[in-house]
Write a protein that binds this ligand. Structure first.
Ligand SMILES: Cc1cc2nc3c(=O)[nH]c(=O)nc-3n(C[C@H](O)[C@H](O)[C@H](O)COP(=O)(O)OP(=O)(O)OC[C@H]3O[C@@H](n4cnc5c(N)ncnc54)[C@H](O)[C@@H]3O)c2cc1C
Length: 463
C-alpha cells in the first residue's frame, strides 16, 4: 500500500532530504527533531569542522606568503569571535532549511520521539508535554552519537567532536586521540592556528578503518610530522589525570607522559537507537545495529531507516541519498544506492579523497585493475599555489580501460574527486580523458596526465 502520511524522525541531512522529497511527491510529512534542524552535519559536524579548517588554512596560506617576500604578522586569535562567526553561518543555514521545509508544507515538531506502537509515536516536547502522532509510514534518521570511553573524566579541557567547536581558548598544546578523519582534520586545523599538536592513534597508521586511504594516510603522516606534529601510532592512552583547569596529564602505552591544555577524544560514533523504544514497533537490533534492506526498509515493512543510524558509510551525502532511495521505495519504486559511487573526502592539507573501487575491490569484483599515478610535483598550478605535495592515483580496468576508481591526495582533492565520480558514472575510458581539453595551468589537468601515463604504458606493452 502506498502511504499517504509519513513521520520522519531526525532533521539531519538524511531526515531533512527525506521530508522534502516525500512532501514534493505528495505525502503529508511530519518531521520531528529534538535539537536543531540540520542535525550533526550542520551543527556539530561537517559545517563547523569545514569552517574551522577553512579559517586555519587561510592563516597557514597567509603566513606562507613569507616564502615570496610578503610577511604578515599573526595577532593572537580571538576564539570567541571565531566561534561567533561560525554560529552566524549556522544560523543562516538553519533558517534556509526551515524556510524550505515550510515552503514544502512539512510540519515540524520539536521534541524527542519514541515508538508506542508500530504506527504511533510519542513526542516529548521541550516543556515536557507528550504528544501522540501516527502515520502510514515512518522513517528513522536519528543519526549517531559520540563515544566517550570511561577513562576520560568530565573536565573542561577534555573535549569531544562537539565541544571542540566551543573551546574558549586556543590550546598551546592539544592532544588529539583518534587518527580517523575527524581526528586528522581537527589536528590539522589546530596546528594551522598555532597549537602544538600530538596525535595518538591505537592502530599502526592514520585513517585505519579506511583501507582505500592507506597511501593518503601515509602522506598525511609525513606531512603532519614535517610540519612539527607529534604522531604516536600503535599507541593507547592508559591513564588520564587532570592537573588544573587547562592542564591534563596523559600516560601512554609507548611509555610517554604528556601534558596538554586540551584533549580531544575522537574515537568513533555509535548509532542513536536506544531512546526510540524500537521493541514497541516490533523492531529488534542485530549486533547493536538496526539492519535495513537495499531500499532502506527495516524488518517492519512500513518503517525505514537511513543515515548514520544504519549506514555502512556514515557521511552526510550518504544519508541524503539513502533518503531518496527510502522515499522511492515507499512509493513502490526500486532504487538502490551503489556505495562505491559515494565520494569520501578528508579536508586536511594535503586534502584526500576517494571514489569508486580500490585496487583490492576491483580485483574482488572480477576486474584486472591497472594502477597509474601522477604526482602533483609535476603540475605547474600546484607549484604556483605552493602545494605540490601529493598524487592522483587512477584505478582502471586493464581490459576495458574504463575508469573504476580514483584516490587523490593533494590540493583541492575534495573538489577534483568529482571528475572521477563523473567519469565512473558515465563509464568513461582512459582515452576519453586523454581526448578532453583541460585548461592549463589547472590542477584538473592532472587527470589527463594520469590518463596519458596509462595510455603510454599500454602502448609500450603492445610494442
Ligand atoms: C566533526 C564531524 C565532522 C564531519 N564531517 C563530515 C564531512 O565533512 N562530510 C560528511 O559527509 N560527513 C561528515 N560528518 C558526518 C556527518 O555529520 C553525518 O554522516 C551526518 O550528519 C549523518 O546524517 P543523519 O541525517 O544520518 O544524522 P544526523 O545528522 O546525526 O541527524 C540526526 C538528527 O536526529 C535527531 N534525533 C536523534 N534522536 C531523536 C529522537 N528520538 N527524536 C527526535 N530527534 C532525534 C538528532 O538531534 C539529530 O539532529 C562529520 C561528523 C562529525 C562529527
Amino acid at each position: 500500500m502506498i502511504p499517504k502520511s509519513l513521520i520522519v524522525i531526525g532533521a539531519g541531512p538524511g531526515g531533512y532530504v527525506a521530508a522534502l522529497e516525500a512532501a514534493s511527491r505528495g505525502l503529508a510529512v511530519t518531521l520531528i527533531e529534538k535539537a536543531e534542524l540540520g542535525g550533526t552535519c550542520m551543527n556539530r559536524g561537517c559545517i563547523p569542522s569545514k569552517y574551522l579548517l577553512a579559517k586555519s588554512k587561510q592563516v597557514v596560506d597567509a603566513l606562507k606568503l613569507a616564502d615570496s617576500g610578503i610577511t604578515l604578522r599573526l595577532e593572537p586569535i580571538d576564539m570567541t569571535q571565531l566561534w561567533a562567526h561560525k554560529d552566524e553561518i549556522l544560523r543562516t543555514l538553519r533558517q534556509r532549511e526551515e524556510q524550505a521545509l515550510k515552503a514544502a508544507r512539512v510540519k515540524i515538531i520539536q521534541g524527542q520521539a519514541r515508538f508506542i506502537s508500530p504506527h504511533q509515536m510519542e513526542v516529548l516536547r521541550p516543556d515536557g508535554t507528550p504528544e501522540k502522532i501516527e502515520a502510514d509510514a515512518i522513517l528513522l534518521a536519528t543519526g549517531s552519537s559520540i563515544q566517550m570511553p570511561p577513562l576520560f573524566p568530565s573536565h573542561p579541557a577534555i573535549v569531544n567532536s562537539t565541544t571542540i567547536f566551543e573551546l574558549p581558548y586556543l590550546p598551546t598544546h592539544l592532544v588529539v586521540i583518534g587518527g580517523g578523519y575527524i581526528g586528522c582534520e581537527m589536528a590539522c586545523a589546530f596546528q594551522g592556528l598555532g597549537s602544538r599538536v600530538t596525535l595518538i592513534e591505537k592502530e599502526p597508521r592514520l585513517l585505519p578503518t579506511q583501507p582505500e586511504f592507506e597511501a593518503a594516510g601515509a602522506l598525511l603522516s609525513r606531512s603532519f610530522e614535517k610540519r612539527g606534529m607529534t604522531l604516536w601510532t600503535g599507541t593507547t592512552v592508559i591513564a588520564v589525570k587532570p592537573l588544573e583547569d587547562k592542564k591534563i596529564q596523559l600516560s601512554c602505552s609507548n611509555g610517554e607522559t604528556v601534558e596538554a591544555n586540551a584533549v580531544l577524544v575522537a574515537i568513533g560514533r555509535s548509532p542513536n537507537v536506544k531512546d526510540l523504544a524500537l521493541e514497541k514497533a516490533g523492531l529488534a537490533l542485530d549486533n547493536k545495529r538496526l539492519t535495513v534492506s537495499a531500499q532502506m526498509q527495516t524488518s517492519v515493512p512500513h518503517i525505514y531507516a537511513i543515515g548514520d543510524l544504519t549506514s555502512p558509510l556514515p557521511l552526510a551525502h550518504t544519508a541524503s541519498w539513502e533518503a531518496e532511495v527510502a522515499v522511492s521505495a515507499m512509493l513502490g519504486e526500486k532504487e538502490t544506492l551503489a556505495y562505491s559511487t559515494i565520494p569520501r573526502c578528508i579536508y586536511t592539507w594535503p586534502e584526500a579523497a576517494f571514489v569508486g573501487l580500490s585496487e583490492e575491490e576491483a580485483r574482488k569484483t572480477g576486474h584486472t585493475p591497472r594502477i597509474d599515478r601522477f604526482h602533483f610535483a609535476g603540475n605547474s598550478k600546484a607549484m604556483v599555489e605552493g602545494e605540490s605535495e601529493g598524487f592522483w592515483v587512477s584505478i582502471t580496468d586493464a581490459d576495458s580501460h574504463k575508469i573504476l576508481g580514483g584516490l587523490i591526495a593533494g590540493p583541492h582533492a575534495t573538489e577534483l574527486i568529482h571528475l572521477v565520480s563523473l567519469a565512473i558514472k558515465t563509464g568513461l575510458k582512459t582515452a576519453d580523458i586523454e581526448k578532453t581539453i583541460f585548461a592549463h595551468p589547472s590542477l584538473a589537468e592532472s587527470f589527463r596526465d594520469v590518463a596519458l601515463r596509462a595510455l603510454a604504458a599500454g602502448k609500450k606493452q603492445l610494442r
